[in-house]
Design a binder for this molecule. Sequence first.
Ligand code: ADP
Ligand code: MG
Length: 342
Amino acid sequence: MYKLLLSVVAVLLLSNCGLPASERVYKVSGPTMGTLYHISWVDQQDRTSQVKSRIDLRLQDINKIMSTYDSTSELSRINQSTMWPVQQRISTDLSDVLAKALQVNQQSSGAFDITVGPLVNLWGFGPDGSPDRVPEDDLLEEVLTSVGSDVVTLSGQSLFISEKRYLDLSAIAKGWAVDDISLLLESYGIENYLVEIGGEIKTAGVKPQKVSWKVAIERPDVHLQQTAHRVFSPGNRALATSGDYRNFFVENGIRYSHTISPVNGFPVEHELASVTVVNNSAAMADAWATALNVAGPADGMRLAEALELGVYMIVRDQHGNLSELTSTTFNKWFPEFLDQIP
Ligand code: ADP
Ligand code: MG
């Protein structure tokens, strides 16, 4: 009997992969922001249903604030204003994400611009569109005049927009939500976790037995979806990737992607296949990934060096051959990563 009990205990321990019985990885996932979230954390007890319902409620709140897909969100109500200029007090969450967006707008010399919404919609990448063709020249010219963050001023929670604008936080809201949900986990005393929303990721601590969280950077290939190109451990940091290979349409052999240059109003077109930004903040990583995607490989890498950003780029030449570039800060943080690059 005693022997039997011992072997049952042994089997139980083995079935938990040899971890101390008290500590294991718990996982939850679900839909949000037109995409999916996947969250894992290390815990000594199963609190998944309690934590998941808090996560879902918080994500609903965030959508109610910053989604352009919800016509009743705080952001949509500003976008629907009929009287311009607009001056109003906004929530702390909206002012926080807007402040970060305006900072990246300035530092990227306008490459990242949340007022690009009308162009996104014109090209069919917005809430009501289906992207399939290049818009007429004069329409493009006209829409370009309603783009530009220079008319947006934020002072604490006071927002002033001097001319009609349509704000689109799609390129920063997912990252912002990753930061927010990370804080929510920390409020439960959870220190070891991986939070991912639509590809924007933050990791902290380690898995049981001090195994680090590993993240794959996708091969930028439309035909090979979700194939790992490189794998690395971000440590206590966030990362976001912006690429030309997922959301796009083709006309006359040209590929038009959903990242749009606020300067000429055209989807970006260059040799940059994907850019990954590593940062302490997932919101900043998210926004910078889009900003550097607009800037392109040369200007983007110059900016990354000037601002000491952790950046990894995959460049595709005319023949479809891939090459890789990393910034000095990225190399400093991930010296072992370079060993993977041939
Ligand atoms: P990616 O991962 O390719 O960067 P995101 O979902 O993070 O994709 O951001 C793309 C979205 O950002 C677009 O669908 C559009 O709504 C918006 N966007 C496009 N161009 C810009 C830009 N220059 N600045 C800010 N937002 C942009
Ligand atoms: Mg982005």
